[in-house]
Design a protein around this ligand. Structure first.
Ligand code: ZN
Length: 89
């Protein structure tokens, strides 16, 4: 990879970190641009990113509701399902 490309394209580990940052609105504009580029080109990270997104949604969901024990149980089940479903592919 040339220097110029490296400027625009982060590697997978950097993309994963950036994904997490973007999720919590901690990534700056330039990081988000680079991340989008990477996600366009890298199938692995795209998958990681969408799984991350869904987990965050689940957590947001749980936070919004007043959590009963039953709901917490349900939430944990959802997350467990989410992980086990992805592991095989
Ligand atoms: Zn990647």
């Amino acid at each position: 990879m040339s220097k110029k490309n490296k400027f625009f394209f982060m590697d997978c580990s950097a993309a994963a970190i950036c994904c997490d940052k973007a999720q919590y609105q901690e990534a700056n504009f330039f990081e988000k641009i680079k991340l989008s580029f990477h996600l366009l080109l890298c199938k692995t990270c795209r998958k990681f990113s969408s799984r991350n997104r869904r987990l965050t949604d689940l957590m947001e969901d749980a936070k919004l509701k007043t959590c009963s024990e039953e709901q917490k149980k349900q939430w944990k089940e959802n997350i467990k399902k989410e992980y086990s479903g992805q592991r095989t592919s």
